[in-house]
Design a protein around this ligand. Structure first.
Ligand code: NAG
Ligand code: NAG
Ligand code: NAG
Ligand code: NAG
Length: 644
C-alpha cells in the first residue's frame, strides 16, 4: 500500500485542484511494483531467493543478471553523502561490488548516485520498516539539484525488504563473504516473437524535467522504434493520460478551460494559471490529435509516423516559442503527408456533450487490470503488459524491449546498436528540399531522420529545415541565386542577391520588392526623375530615360537640358580652339624634326662604340671587361651586348 500512496501522491501533485484520474477505485489505486529477483549465492547456509523492487531510475539489466560481492559500508550507511576515498567500492576481484545501503534521510536516487560514484556496480537499498516492497522513484521537480544526477545514474538498483536486509548485514558483520545475484531475466515477459509496448505520455512540453525527459527520449528512440515497427518486430501504441472533471464542477471556469466534451476529458493547466498562457484544453486537444495521428497512420500500416509527428511537433510547435497550436500541428502533418481531414474526422467535436471514442478508450486503459498496474506516473512505458522501470533513455529502453523477445527471435538491432534508417528516401523525410539545386535538409542518422539545413560546398544554409532553408554567407548567390529574385531581359541581368551582403535579398536600384520578387519601379510616375524644365520621361526596365524638348540635350548629372545650337560666342571659341590646335601642331612638327636629328646622332655614337669594341675584342682577351659584361648582362639585357 505504501507503494501505491507514495507514487500516486507523487504524480498527483502535478494535477490541478478539481481534476480526477480514473483509477481502479477512488481510494486504492493498483500500482504494481515491478520486481527482479535476488538470490543469495554464498554463504552456503544463507542460500535463498527473494524479490526486490526495481527502481524507476538508473538502468536495470532487463533480460540479464548481475552477480557481485556485497559490501555494507562502515559509516555513512544511508549513503546520503559522498563516500570518502577514491572509488572505495571499486571491484576488489573480478567480481563487481554490490553496495548495500539503508533507506532513509535522503532521496533513493542520491544514495544510488553516491554508490555509483564510489565504484559500485549496483545498489541494494534495505527497507527500514516492515512493509511490502515499494518502487523507488526519482525525485520530483521540487528538487532541482536532483535533476543534475538522476539522469547520470547508469547502474541498476533495487529495494529489498527489511528481513533480507537484516540477514545480509548480519552475515557481513561476521566477516563472511556474501555473494548475491540480481536477476532481471524474468522481469520482462518474453512470450513470443513480437513485443507489444506502450508509452504513456503527454504533449505538454512545459512541465520541467519530466517533460524534457519524455521529449528527449522520443527524439532519441525514434530511429530504433521505427526500425522495430517497420520490421514487424514490435507493435507500439502511444497513450495519453486524461483526467475528468467531477460532475458538480463541470460548469466552473476551471473545468471549462481544462476540459473538452463537457468535462469528460481534461488535462491540468500547463502553468497552473487559468488566466494566462496555454490552458489544459489546448493540451487535451493536442493529445487527442497525436492519438489520431497514430490511428490514422496505423490504418495504412505506417504507424511509425507518430514518432516523426511528435518529435517534429515538439521542435516546430513548442509552448516555449508560443507555437503550440492547431495551425502549427497542421503544418507538421502536411510536411509528413498526413491527411489533415482524416485527423479532424478522428478527433470529433470537442464541444459535443458526448463521449469521444478515442479518449474513452484511453481512460479505460489507464486503469490497471490483471498483472497490469494503474498508470499514474508520467511518462510510463508498458512492455508486454508490465511496466518498465528504469530511466527513459534510448539504450536502457532498447535493452528492455530486446529482453521482451523470446530468445533467439531478437531482431538484429538488439545485437547491433547503430543502424541507418534510410528515411530520407521517402518524400525526403518531410524536410525542405530545393528541387533545382538538389540541396536537401534531410539527414539520416541512427536517431532517425532529422531536418536540418545543410552545409553544401562550403555554403551554409539556415532556416527551420522543414519549410525553408536559405543560403547564407559568402558564395550564397551561386546557389539558386541565394533564394533571391533575378531576371534576364534584352541582354541585361538584374539580381537581388549580393555575395557580400549577408543580410538577405535586396532589390537592386530601379526595382522594388522584398527581394524574393522585384518589380521595376516606374520612376516617371513617381515623379522623382526628369525634373528638368520641359523634358519628358520614359520608363525603361531597371531605369528611365529623359529627353529634352526640341534640339536640347540632357545632362544626366545635373538633370538639366542645354542648348545644342552653336551661338556667336561658340563660333569665336571654335576659331580660337582651331588656332591653338594649329600652332601646337606646327610646334610639334618642328620639335619632332629637331629631336629626330639628336636621336640619330646619339644612335650613331653608340653604334660605333660597340662596333669598335667588337673588333678590338677579337685581338685582345679583355678579360676583366668580359666579366663586367656578364654582370651587366644580368642587370640590363641588350644594353651594350649587341653582337654585331
Ligand atoms: C493498428 O493496426 C493493427 C492492424 O494492422 C491493429 O491490430 C491494431 O490494433 C491497430 N492499433 C491501433 C491502436 O489502432
Ligand atoms: C496492413 O497490414 C495488415 C496486416 O499485416 C494487412 O492485413 C492489411 O491489408 C495492411 N493494410 C494496408 C493498407 O496495407
Ligand atoms: C519539388 O518536387 C516535388 C516532387 O518532385 C514537389 O512535390 C515539390 O512541390 C517541389 N518543391 C518545390 C519547392 O518546387
Ligand atoms: C539529386 O541527388 C540525388 C542523390 O544524390 C540523386 O539521386 C538525384 O538524381 C539528384 N537529382 C537531380 C535532379 O540532380
Amino acid at each position: 500500500m505504501a507503494a501505491a500512496t507514495e507514487t500516486a501522491t507523487a504524480a498527483s501533485c502535478v494535477f490541478a485542484v478539481t481534476l480526477v484520474l480514473l483509477l481502479s477505485t477512488a481510494v486504492e489505486s493498483r500500482f504494481v511494483v515491478e520486481k527482479s529477483s535476488i538470490s543469495v549465492v554464498s554463504p552456503f547456509d544463507k542460500r535463498s531467493k527473494h524479490d526486490a523492487a526495481i527502481a524507476n531510475f538508473g538502468v536495470p539489466d532487463y533480460g540479464g543478471s548481475l552477480t557481485g560481492t556485497l559490501v555494507y559500508p562502515d559509516k555513512g550507511q544511508v549513503g546520503c553523502s559522498a563516500f570518502d576515498g577514491d572509488r572505495p567500492f571499486k571491484p576488489k576481484s573480478s567480481r563487481p561490488t554490490i553496495l548495500l545501503l539503508d533507506r532513509g534521510e535522503c532521496f533513493f536516487a542520491l544514495k544510488v548516485w553516491n554508490g555509483q560514484q564510489a565504484g559500485a556496480s549496483a545498489v541494494l537499498v534495505a527497507d527500514i520498516i516492515d512493509e511490502p516492497l515499494i518502487t523507488m522513484d526519482s525525485p520530483q521537480d521540487s528538487s532541482p539539484e536532483a535533476a543534475g544526477y538522476v539522469e547520470k545514474i547508469g547502474i541498476p538498483s533495487a529495494l529489498i525488504g527489511r528481513p533480507l536486509g537484516d540477514t545480509l548485514k548480519e552475515a557481513l558483520k561476521k566477516g563472511e563473504d556474501v555473494v548475491v545475484k540480481i536477476d532481471w531475466s524474468e522481469s520482462m515477459p518474453h512470450p513470443d516473437e513480437r513485443v507489444e509496448y506502450e508509452l504513456w505520455t503527454n504533449s505538454n512540453d512545459e512541465c520541467g524535467s519530466r517533460c524534457d525527459e519524455q521529449m528527449n527520449f522520443i527524439k532519441n528512440f525514434k530511429g530504433h522504434a521505427q526500425i522495430l515497427e517497420k520490421g514487424g518486430y514490435t507493435q507500439f501504441t502511444p497513450h495519453y493520460i486524461t483526467w475528468y472533471c467531477p460532475r458538480d464542477f463541470v460548469q466552473t471556469e476551471q473545468c471549462k478551460s481544462q476540459c473538452i466534451n463537457r468535462g469528460r476529458y481534461c488535462a491540468p493547466d500547463p502553468e497552473l494559471d487559468f488566466s494566462s498562457g496555454y490552458s489544459g484544453k489546448d493540451v487535451v486537444l493536442e493529445n487527442l490529435r497525436q492519438l489520431c495521428v497514430h490511428r490514422v497512420a496505423n490504418q495504412t500500416n505506417r504507424s511509425w509516423i507518430w514518432w516523426d509527428y511528435v518529435s517534429d511537433f515538439h521542435i516546430r510547435c513548442s509552448m516555449k516559442h508560443n507555437r503550440y497550436s492547431k495551425d502549427c500541428a497542421e503544418e507538421v502533418m502536411k510536411s509528413l503527408g498526413i491527411s489533415v481531414e482524416k485527423i479532424n474526422k478522428c478527433m470529433g467535436d470537442p464541444e459535443a456533450d458526448t463521449e469521444n471514442e478515442v479518449l474513452k478508450i484511453e481512460q479505460e486503459l489507464q486503469v490497471g487490470h490483471g498483472s497490469r498496474g494503474d498508470v499514474t506516473i508520467l511518462p510510463t512505458m508498458v512492455m508486454n503488459n508490465v511496466q518498465y522501470r528504469g530511466k527513459l533513455e534510448r539504450n536502457a529502453v532498447l535493452k528492455a524491449v530486446c529482453a521482451g523477445f523470446k530468445e533467439t527471435t531478437e531482431p538484429p538491432i538488439c545485437l547491433s546498436g547503430d543502424v541507418e534508417t534510410n528515411q530520407c528516401l521517402e518524400n525526403n523525410g518531410g524536410c525542405w528540399r530545393d528541387n533545382e539545386s538538389n540541396v536537401t535538409a534531410c539527414k539520416d542518422t541512427f536517431r532517425g531522420r532529422v531536418c536540418e539545413c545543410p552545409l553544401v560546398n562550403g555554403i551554409q544554409f539556415q532556416g527551420d529545415g522543414y519549410e525553408a532553408c536559405h543560403a547564407v554567407g559568402p558564395g550564397r548567390c551561386s546557389v539558386n541565386n541565394g533564394g533571391c529574385w533575378s531576371e534576364h531581359k534584352n541582354g541585361v541581368k538584374f539580381s537581388a542577391c549580393k555575395d557580400n551582403d549577408l543580410s538577405g535579398c535586396h532589390c537592386p536600384a530601379g526595382f522594388s520588392g522584398d527581394g524574393k520578387t522585384c518589380q521595376d519601379v516606374d520612376e516617371c510616375k513617381l515623379g522623382t526623375a526628369c525634373q528638368c524644365d520641359g523634358c519628358s520621361c520614359k520608363n525603361t526596365w531597371g531605369g528611365f530615360e529623359c529627353s529634352c524638348r526640341g534640339d536640347q540635350i540632357y545632362i544626366n548629372e545635373h538633370d538639366t537640358c542645354i542648348e545644342r545650337k552653336s551661338s556667336k560666342l561658340s563660333g569665336i571659341l571654335t576659331v580660337v580652339v582651331l588656332a591653338v590646335v594649329m600652332s601646337v601642331g606646327i610646334a610639334g612638327y618642328i620639335f619632332y624634326k629637331y629631336r629626330l636629328r639628336i636621336v640619330t646622332w646619339f644612335f650613331m655614337q653608340s653604334y660605333m662604340d660597340s662596333e669598335i669594341m667588337a673588333i678590338m675584342s677579337q685581338y685582345m682577351p679583355l678579360d676583366s671587361q668580359q666579366n663586367q659584361q656578364v654582370v651587366h648582362h644580368d642587370n640590363e639585357p641588350l644594353a651594350h651586348s649587341s653582337s654585331v
